[in-house]
Ligand binder design. Structure first.
Ligand code: FAD
Length: 316
């Protein structure tokens, strides 16, 4: 029998790429209020204020200027410039010391999917963002998008690492290939964020069953925790968080040699608990007005998130 939550998830992930639905939802008056639960704000000031609160509370931050699938070069440059402005503002506010606040970048937002020279444009833009991060004394993590971009993204990460060895990459446990990618990347100095994966992917490349995804996550986590790199455990899943802690103990890893990561607005009490217990706890903070694709993926992950949105729509 088909699981209704799987149908809902696949449907919402399909809609996350629909331009028509995007326009309707973005223009609904309620949307901006609801979005506030998962997005730190539209402007740099709101983002800075959210990040300041997190850092004062003992958490770390990685900031995403929202946007993806850029279709023209000037928009890719606009996104790059937004990151450059953000990094200067974070540094001026003293938030980048010791890499406490860093940035996360989607390569499709800085040009990767442009039909001509997309990869080169994305690499050039990402390189400028890395230069600015270096000047600010912090790091950059390159987000991972759908499986058609995995090879290109990992290729760009490798090129960036030649000049900026601290550039982080993301691997998605739902892809069949990821355990092998973890082995390749679990090397000295390598920062790897392991997540389950948030896109609609075909059976030919990805596990479809949640239990299979979780099993793959544990296998990948073992490789990363046993390796020489710096694992970044990106999940809200209580069981995986517990397993990550046990694997860290088993491999004699100290608290500063790996970190937990969660999304802004999701399980904030657990974020505080982990930080208070002495763990590195980094929060992924999205901001900006292009929140549609991000919000749809959050709704696809959890029916409760969808109900929250529907109730807010109905109450208007
Ligand atoms: P799920 O299977 O969604 O949830 C497992 C359990 O976690 C639930 O049963 C529940 O107990 C708990 N839980 C989950 N959500 C909630 C909630 N709202 N409230 C209370 N409990 C909850 N994906 C990508 O594809 N590319 C990326 O670059 C990427 N970067 C990410 C960065 C970070 C820091 C994080 C945290 C996630 C990122 N993701 C990325 C998203 C990721 O792939 C998953 O889609 C997302 O994290 C949901 O998976 P989960 O591990 O939390 O488990």
């Amino acid at each position: 029998m088909i699981d209704p939550s799987t149908v809902l998830r696949q449907g919402l992930l399909g809609l996350s790429r629909s331009k028509q639905v995007r326009q309707v939802i973005e223009n609904a008056p309620v949307s901006r209020d609801v979005v506030r639960r998962f997005v730190a704000g539209v402007g740099t000031d709101e983002c800075l204020s959210a990040v300041t609160d997190l850092l004062h509370g003992g958490r770390l931050a990685t900031i995403d200027f929202l946007g993806e699938d850029t279709t023209d070069q000037s928009h890719a440059a606009y996104t790059r410039d937004a990151y450059l402005t953000l990094l200067t503002a974070l540094s001026d506010a003293g938030l980048t010391a010791d890499g406490k606040a860093e940035v996360s970048v989607k390569l499709s937002a800085v040009g990767q999917s442009l039909p001509q020279d997309g990869e080169q444009i994305a690499l050039d833009n990402a390189r400028q963002i890395c230069e600015a991060a270096k000047a600010a004394g912090t790091t950059v993590t390159i987000d991972m998008e759908d499986h058609t971009t995995t090879d290109s993204t990992l290729g760009i990460v490798r090129e960036l690492r030649a000049d900026f060895p601290w550039v982080g990459a993301v691997l998605q446990a739902y892809l069949h290939r990821t355990e092998a990618d973890c082995r390749d990347f679990a090397t000295e100095g390598s920062r790897i964020r392991l997540c389950k994966g948030a896109y609609k992917e075909p059976e030919s490349v990805a596990y479809q069953d949640k239990i299979e995804v979780d099993k793959s996550y544990v296998r990948c986590l073992k490789v990363l925790m046993e390796g020489a790199g710096y694992p970044m455990v990106a999940s809200h899943d209580p069981r995986l968080i517990e397993i990550a802690g046990s694997l860290a103990d088993k491999n004699l890893r100290e608290a500063g040699s790996f970190e937990f990561q969660m999304l802004f607005g999701i399980r904030p009490d657990e974020q505080q608990r982990l930080a208070a217990a002495g763990h590195q706890m980094r929060v992924y903070v999205p901001y900006g007005d292009e929140w549609y694709g991000y919000l749809m993926r959050r709704m696809a992950e959890r029916p409760a998130n969808t109900m929250f949105f529907m109730r807010a729509l109905a109450s208007k």
